[in-house]
Design a binder for this molecule. Structure first.
Ligand code: TRP
Length: 325
């Protein structure tokens, strides 16, 4: 089980860091992927753009290979059982432990005028999302470790207080190193909040992709054979390894090691291979977004499937809690 924030416009970092992992999992596991629209209300109470964002994030995930027939792909707000479990878990969550959450501290710094209770209990809602399906594996990035730890705490606390219902959810990475996609400006990883020019979005037009790649930082080239690559050059090679053929990568590696690399050629090749990688996804996203009937079917079917699982868990929850009069 995992949640995807409906912030729209996924970039290459989201693709290689998360979505590709989901697509692989769908073959071997019973998967639940959810668009976390309720979570977005903690910081964005205005719901005007929400529908469009939810549609885009669904279309992007489907275009990347997530198959709504194989997985349960749904919107959080459509599964009302989430809110009920959230309420019970809130009684087991201590204000002190919630206040210590790193993401909460970050958010009160970013939104000092909107420190609402939902922001404080964000990890409780996330725990409800996960344990509602009695999920064991949660594919998430490093930034979610603490939330996962809290989900384990609340699940265990519930089990001890009322009776064994929930397994312990653990972060899951398919036994692979999570791929960190570097940003194009030579520093850190690709992220949407940073400079728009340093991230490649799945929605970027071909010319924009080429332009962004050509702007990546390079230098005059190595002067000694087999020398170590500076970070910003290593980053270009990392991107090349993600989207180009092994032959292409080998050729440029050799050129680098022999000090006859031409960065203009390298970036031109990378630009073309990026276009070849991204443009079919972009076109598929557009096709899906233009097919409202299909999207509606996906949303309805997802809610139905998710609620079957949710109802089964909540029957157990109410039983062990003794809420049967
Ligand atoms: N908090 C997660 C994020 O910021 C999104 C999320 C919501 C989530 N519910 C979840 C992730 C359940 C995993 C499981 O990315």
């Amino acid at each position: 089980m995992s949640g995807i924030r409906p912030t729209g416009y996924l970039h290459l970092g989201n693709y290689f860091g998360a979505i590709r992992n989901y697509v692989r999992m769908q073959e071997d596991y019973d998967c639940f992927f959810m668009v976390a629209d309720l979570h977005s209300l903690t910081t964005h109470p205005d719901t005007k753009g929400l529908k469009q964002n939810v549609h885009r994030v669904l279309a992007e995930n489907i275009a990347c290979g997530l198959d709504p027939e194989k997985v349960t792909l749904y919107c959080q707000s459509h599964v009302f059982e989430t809110s009920e479990l959230y309420l019970y878990l809130n009684m087991l969550a201590y204000v002190g432990e919630l206040e210590k959450t790193v993401t909460f501290k970050d958010k009160i710094r970013q939104h000092p005028n909107n420190v609402n209770a939902g922001l404080l209990t964000y990890p409780v809602l996330q725990s409800a999302d996960i344990i509602l399906h009695r999920a064991k594996h949660v594919p998430v990035g490093k930034d979610q470790e603490q939330h996962l730890e809290m989900a384990r705490t609340f699940a265990n606390r519930f089990n001890h207080r009322y009776g064994e219902v929930f397994p312990e959810p653990k972060a899951f990475n398919n036994n692979e190193e999570l791929v960190k996609v570097p940003s194009l400006d030579g520093s850190g990883k690709m992220s949407k909040s940073e400079n728009q020019m340093s991230a490649l979005f799945l929605a970027d037009e071909d010319e924009v992709i080429r332009k962004k790649v050509m702007k990546a930082k390079t230098d005059a080239g190595p002067t000694e054979e087999n020398s170590k690559k500076p970070d910003y050059i290593e980053n270009i090679f990392t991107l090349l390894r993600l989207v180009s053929s092994a032959d292409v990568v080998k050729k440029f590696e050799q050129n680098y090691d022999q000090c006859n690399i031409r960065y203009g050629d390298l970036k031109k090749q990378l630009g073309e291979d990026m276009v070849a990688f991204i443009s079919p996804i972009r076109e598929k996203v557009d096709d899906i977004l233009n097919d409202q009937k299909y999207l509606n079917e996906v949303i309805i079917q997802g809610a139905e499937k998710a609620r079957v699982s949710a109802r089964a868990t909540m029957t157990l929850v109410r039983d062990v809690m003794g809420l049967r009069y």
